[in-house]
Design a protein around this ligand. Sequence first.
Ligand code: NAP
Length: 257
Amino acid sequence: MIESLNADFAVGDYVLGSLGWREKWKSTGEGVSLVDSKLAPVQTFLGVLGMTGMTAWAGLTRVARLKSGSTVFVSAASGAVGSVVCQIAKLMDCRVIGSAGNAKKIAWLREKAHVDEVFNYNETEDLSGELGALAPNGIDVYFDNVGGEHLEAALDHMNIHGVVVSCGMISTYNSTEPVPAPRNLFKIIGKRVRIEGMLVSDFLDQQYAFLNDMSGWIKSNALVWEETVTDGLENAPKAFIGLFKGDNMGKSLVRIA
Ligand SMILES: NC(=O)c1ccc[n+]([C@@H]2O[C@H](COP(=O)([O-])OP(=O)(O)OC[C@H]3O[C@@H](n4cnc5c(N)ncnc54)[C@H](OP(=O)(O)O)[C@@H]3O)[C@@H](O)[C@H]2O)c1
């Protein structure tokens, strides 16, 4: 028989917590929060309404302090964070340029997320040249999920007083040698570029403002998202490794039961 001994949680409630990959656990209720399954499908609290959505929202609104009319470049643009960044920037009347690693992702960004300019970096020999052609008036905000050559290309085209939100550097996570790029870091001096690292956990006190904005956009169908679901705890490592190969479209989720 299943029963709850905690008055804050009823049998059948959905809860959210960072408890690791596991099939079951016993909880006192500490470190878990209730999820409002009427607001949106529960798994969205792991994506657009969860950590990755919050990263996008906080990075753009709090770190970049994005202004409407800006030109925003987003790498890993079809991923869990990037796809939300692109769409929030569009909702804020910005011009958005996105890069991604295959044709399916490029088509989704163009057709579903209505990103203004997109390119497949795997089919581009000259990343900086491509970006310069798509951003003839320069870039005001670069939302960096990738680092490495993407960051170097973005620095070439940042506007004066532009902002780089350093969210992730996935292209370098598995490097076994020190990474040379960006070799043009000196450009931040003349252009007075602000490069700011961010961690989503610094913004937990702004959860209410985030959920308010996000749930409003979701209710008005202003946001779309994709999920790549892998079944079975035994397949979790495969799903994780897939992130580094671009296997996922949108949020990568592992379904356990
Ligand atoms: N700072 C924070 O608080 C915070 C929070 C969450 C996530 N992050 C970071 O934000 C980034 C995005 O996270 P996410 O959860 O949204 O992941 P994701 O974008 O859903 O998945 C990772 C994507 O990165 C791209 N990628 C992998 N290797 C690459 C490479 N060598 N060069 C260029 N692109 C590459 C792949 O897409 P393509 O097929 O397009 O290459 C892959 O699908 C990651 O760097 C992550 O570590 C930071």
